[in-house]
Write a protein that binds this ligand. Sequence first.
Ligand code: NAD
Length: 498
Amino acid sequence: MKLKYSDVKKTAGKLKFRTQAFIDGKFVGARSGQTFTTENPATGKPLAEIAAGDIPEVNRAVTAARKAFDRGLWSRAKPGERKQVLLRFADRLEANADELALLDTLEAGKPIGDCATMDIPDTIHCIRWHAEAIDKLYGHVSPTGPENLALILREPVGVVGCVIPWNFPAQMAAWKIGPALATGNSVVLKPAELTSLSAIRMAELAAEAGVPAGVFNVVPGLGETAGQAIGRHGDVDLVAFTGSTEVGRCFLKYAAESNLKRVILECGGKSPQVVFADAPDLAAVANHAVGAAFWNMGENCSCGSRLIVHKNIKDELVQRVVKLARTWPVGDPLDPRTRLGALIEKPHLEKVLGYIAAGRSEGAKLILGGRRILERTGGYFMEVTIFDEVSQKMKIAREEIFGPVLSVIPFSTEAEAIALANATDYGLAASLYTQDLNRAHRVSRAIRAGTVSVNCFSEGDITTPFGGFKQSGFFGRDKSIWAHDQYTELKTIWMQLA
Ligand code: NAD
């Protein structure tokens, strides 16, 4: 797809949506006949009616997944064979990349420029990377005595339930299914109810690539029903969840009250961006700071929503950040020039506006934005928003807003900066800016977060683990070879030699 506004709109208008569950290699509707509506957040208009999966569909998908696992066509296939199939899957994703990018843009309100050049290429790369790793991993032999041989192996856990959010629909699916399928598991994936379309299409493309029936199932549905059914299912061995900390807690409860399934949680964040007075280049810092705060409309788990900046450079940096933020166009997500699309849905927009009201009433100084805009489109657009003179006690500095709202917090000493960075229940990501190498090491170790980037804002790449400390995460990591560990059980085979 050429990224020309008129072409993108034309292609979007011709899209056909898959709206049913994909179970055991086939599209199926909900047994109840129920559907739910998915809408385009940029227009507020309905996009499609999606099959409302519930307990019967989850049961059906888990049964298919278990059967496939026990048959062994995938779980016991030679690693090299699984690799070839997943590489073909990546090729099928690539051949349909334009469509997948458009599905995420239409359903999530995300700018097409981001979906076409970041989300979908990263989705494809993620599947390819995990596929390539499959036949390069070795087990271990333990250093035991001559009378014994002990093999230490990793085996797939079995049936994996994946429950994912709406902010990076295809990419979050890939982060789960890449390593889960690579290690030989069968998967039942429930996309967020606001963004089901790309995940359903991905399951169809996986089947075309040769992933056997029952190995990768997608059950669209609501969290309370389909999500909970996965969480409580007695034959699901592991749930990999990405979403809010609040719902993450539910999955721990579901596991405790059912079969003690393994639970991996990737949850929310309130990431600090710490800028010391010796930061190398304030223009570059401003560029990263704006990207960290406003990329994906701030609907990003690692969103750098707190700019913790040394008091001596605060005014200059804030001026640069405001100037740059003003240049980020908000508008139709199908327009390739758009940097900020629509927020995901009306209740979420209202929640974000509620935080802006709270910031004002708690005494923070609103220096940019703060309002809903483009209301005549019917979409959920809002201005890029910056608060200065924020204190860490304020609600806007403590809670995850998940919108384009940046809080500026001044500091004087390194110890104070570290304390501010860590004064949060979350610990997903952080960034810091300094020219002092010793300080860079000292502070990056002192910050309690899963990823700390220095002199840039970054989540790393597919080779680096991603996940959180504290209430941002639990048990595992997405991406990298460490993601394989969480979808496998460690087995010891102990042999007595004659
Ligand atoms: P959410 O927690 O509301 O929903 C996530 C998923 O859980 C959805 O599929 C939803 O249907 C399901 N769900 C909701 N209620 C449920 C219930 N009671 N039982 C079972 N399932 C239920 O999150 P969201 O609004 O979709 O996404 C935003 C959140 O995701 C933010 O907090 C963000 O930080 C987090 N997130 C984290 C990461 C990460 O890697 N750590 C990445 C992306 C998003």
